[in-house]
Structures are given as structure tokens and as C-alpha cells.
Design a protein around this ligand. Structure first.
Ligand SMILES: [Zn+2]
Ligand SMILES: [Zn+2]
Ligand SMILES: [Zn+2]
Length: 407
């Protein structure tokens, strides 16, 4: 089944500056590391690092795109044609000053008015963060295969992209896990859902109404049409397989919950929002990893307990946007088990659907304890072995009904 293809990503060990230097030496353009036609032939400002006033003339220290920081030069303001970068510089300076309440940004030494080192240091860190987040955003949008855009935003601290996270679109079975493709047939409907449509054959109701909204109770499985079905891509029973239709933003939360995800578009109730993907590992491996992970890493382990407890999805290192969705005890997303091209009951796909209308700009959350199994009355955390339960993580979701702990 095509869905199980996947590669192991190997991070490049050479620094960005080394790669840029190599490119320049060989006269090679490489847009993804910032070596373009423009800065091979002439100079382009990447960001502004520092500021001084010498004999009445204003100067900015310029970091040149594609050149190491040792090549930075002071340029008079009148030569600079980068209004956006100037604006970033000034807003970062003001933000720093308002945060540390240090008063003046400049000090005078030998008749030269110069920026205090701490201020310049912050501005450079902020500029580097901005570039790193922009590059990460481009990478995420290059790798994702769904319609919605992924934006990245941090107006809270200096945290950059996560270092050990690799974007994937679908489950990635860990080495040694044999995923057998269960299907050989699909439905013959000319207009789904007819008499013997996929959900009916599996013994369940069609999950969606005519407006493509979910109409079944939590806990019930979704059987979508698959690659053997006679129906085309416009079949109303093909929703999760088409991927996230909404533009979403990975943002830094301002109350210690790390990254979070918010929607940039209004989402109606009972809509498919995103899939939860990661490495598929055995439950024994999940036990082992659960003991190695800190309490943060533990929250990425999602047991596939629809029918058995053989497999767990680990989204700690490999995942999609769902990796960044926070827990809430009063969530706006609900988990459903989905079967499409794989009818193996041990390996449902996990889809998150909205439980109410979600406004543009609102944070998306789901309940980490809801595993989407039919028996919702039992506390699924009780099913975890003692090793996984040992570390308790304090919940900061802020809901009135907050249970106090994530696990
Ligand atoms: Zn059908
Ligand atoms: Zn079908
Ligand atoms: Zn169909």
C-alpha cells in the first residue's frame, strides 16, 4: 500500500555557513540555503545586527546573505534599501527595551553613540530566529501533501524550530513492523453510498452527511472508500484521505505549553481537521520508549486500542501538524478511527474532527486521554502499564473542568 512508503531523514552535519561557502566557491545557486543569483553576483542584506551614530551619520552593521558573520560590514543608513529589515530591527529593539525596562538603548563612547551589546545581541538572536522559522515553514509546506497551508509564529520567546522533528504525511512503520495491506476489493456503487458501499460491507453506517460532515457517534469507526472502489475522487465517502483542508498555524503559546496549533480559518462543527500520524511501533517498544522519554515525550505516544493493543503511534520525532496540538480537558477536537486502504483492525488511522464551531484564530486541542475506543466510560489511562503511568504531567489547559494532570 502506497501509504506505507517513507524515508528515514538524516540531518546534514555541515553548518549552513560551510554549505554557503562551498556554493559560492563553486559558483552554485542553492535557494534552500540562501545562495541565489542575486547574492552570488552582488550583495544582499540578510539582516541588520547593530547600530551606531558616528559624527552625525547613522550606520547599521549588515549581515550579508550567503556570507559568514565575519564578513559583516558597517553601512551608512542612506545606502540601505531594506525597509522591512529596518522595521524588524526597530521593533525587536523596542520589544527588548520594553521587556527588560532598561531605559536607553544607546551609550556614548569616544564620541560614537553605540547600541548596548545586550540589545544588539537580542536583535541578532531574533533575526536568526525569524530566518530559521521562515525556513522551517517553507520546509513544512514543501513536505505536506494536503491543501491547507502551514504557518509558523513565535511572538513570545526566542525558541526556534524543533531540532529533532521530521515532518511526515502518513504512518511510518518502524523497522521490523510488517504492515500487510488488507484490501483487495472496493465498492461497485455508481453513486456512493449505494446498497453495498464500503461502510455497509464492514457492518457500519456511512460516517458523513451530504455536506461532508461527520454524523456518527464518537467511538464508531469510519470506513471510507478506497483505491479499489469504482467511485471517483468526488465520492462523499472520501474525506480523511484528502488531508487537512484548512490553513493552520503552529504558534508559541504564552503560558508555558510550548508550541500549539491554531486554525486560520473558521471550522464548522463535525468537520475533519487533521490526521494524527507518527511512527507505528509495537506496544512493547512503546513501553521501552515510554521509560526513556521525559514526561513531555510520553504525551506523543498514542495507543491504537480500537480492537487490540498491539500497536502505538509515536509522534515524538516523526509527525505532522498534530504533533504540536496541545491537550485540553475541554477540547474542540475528537478522535476517530478510520479505515481506508488498510482494513486491519489493529491499525486504524487516527483522525481528529471538530466537536463544535471553531473560530479563525482559535487554538485547536484534543484530549490526550481519549483514545477513540468504543468504551468511553473506562479511563483509558488505567490501561497503561505502571511504567508509562509513573511520571505525571501537570495539565495547563486552563479549562474549568481541567482534571489537573495529562496522564
Ligand atoms: Zn460506494
Ligand atoms: Zn467504496
Ligand atoms: Zn465511494
Amino acid at each position: 500500500m502506497e501509504g506505507w512508503r517513507g524515508a528515514w531523514y538524516v540531518p546534514c552535519l555541515a553548518s549552513l555557513e560551510t554549505l554557503q561557502e562551498l556554493c559560492r566557491k563553486e559558483n552554485l545557486r542553492c535557494k534552500s540555503i540562501g545562495i541565489t543569483n542575486r547574492n552570488l553576483k552582488s550583495y544582499e542584506v540578510e539582516y541588520l545586527c547593530d547600530y551606531k551614530v558616528d559624527e552625525g551619520t547613522e550606520y547599521y552593521l549588515v549581515k550579508w546573505k550567503g556570507w559568514p558573520e565575519s564578513s559583516n560590514t558597517w553601512e551608512p543608513l542612506k545606502n540601505l534599501k531594506c525597509p522591512l529589515l529596518l522595521q524588524n530591527f526597530l521593533s525587536d529593539k523596542n520589544e527588548y527595551l520594553s521587556r527588560v525596562k532598561e531605559g536607553k538603548a544607546l551609550k556614548v563612547k569616544n564620541h560614537v553613540k553605540a547600541l548596548k551589546p545586550a540589545v544588539a545581541d537580542y536583535i541578532v538572536k531574533k533575526a536568526k530566529q525569524r530566518i530559521a522559522l521562515q525556513r522551517w515553514k517553507e520546509e513544512l509546506n514543501r513536505k505536506k501533501n494536503h491543501k491547507g497551508m502551514i504557518l509558523v509564529e513565535n511572538t513570545v520567546d526566542l525558541e526556534g524550530p524543533p531540532l529533532d522533528f521530521y515532518y511526515i504525511n502518513e504512518y511510518k512503520p518502524a523497522p521490523g513492523i510488517n504492515v500487510i495491506n488488507g484490501i483487495t476489493t472496493g465498492c461497485e456503487c455508481s453513486d456512493c453510498p449505494a446498497e453495498k458501499c464500503c461502510p455497509k460491507e464492514a457492518g457500519f453506517l456511512l460516517a458523513y452527511n451530504k455536506r461532508k460532515k461527520l454524523k456518527i457517534q464518537p467511538g464508531l469507526p469510519i470506513y471510507e472508500c478506497n483505491s479499489y472502489c469504482r467511485c471517483g475522487p468526488d465520492c462523499p465517502n472520501r474525506i480523511v484521505q484528502k488531508g487537512t483542508p484548512y490553513s493552520l498555524c503552529i504558534f508559541r503559546t504564552n503560558n508555558g505549553r510550548g508550541w500549539g496549533v491554531k486554525t486560520l480559518q473558521k471550522i464548522k462543527t463535525n468537520s475533519f481537521v487533521m490526521e494524527y500520524v507518527g511512527e507505528v511501533i509495537t506496544s512493547e517498544e512503546a513501553e521501552r520508549r515510554g521509560q526513556l522519554y521525559d514526561n513531555q515525550g510520553n504525551t506523543y505516544l498514542f495507543d491504537l486500542d480500537y480492537d487490540s493493543d498491539e500497536f502505538t503511534v509515536d509522534a515524538a520525532r516523526y509527525g505532522n501538524v498534530s504533533h504540536f496540538v496541545n491537550h485540553s480537558c475541554d477540547p474542540n477536537l475528537q478522535v476517530f478511527n478510520v479505515f481506508i486502504d488498510n482494513l486491519d483492525l489493529r491499525l486504524p488511522r487516527i483522525a481528529l474532527f471538530s466537536t463544535r464551531t471553531i473560530k479563525a484564530g482559535e487554538e485547536l486541542t484534543f484530549d490526550y486521554q481519549m483514545k477513540g475506543s468504543i468504551d468511553l466510560t473506562s479511563d483509558s489511562a488505567d490501561g497503561l502499564s505502571p511504567s508509562r503511568k509513573r511520571i505525571r504531567t501537570v495539565c495547563k489547559c486552563g479549562a474549568v473542568c481541567c482534571r489537573g494532570y495529562l496522564n
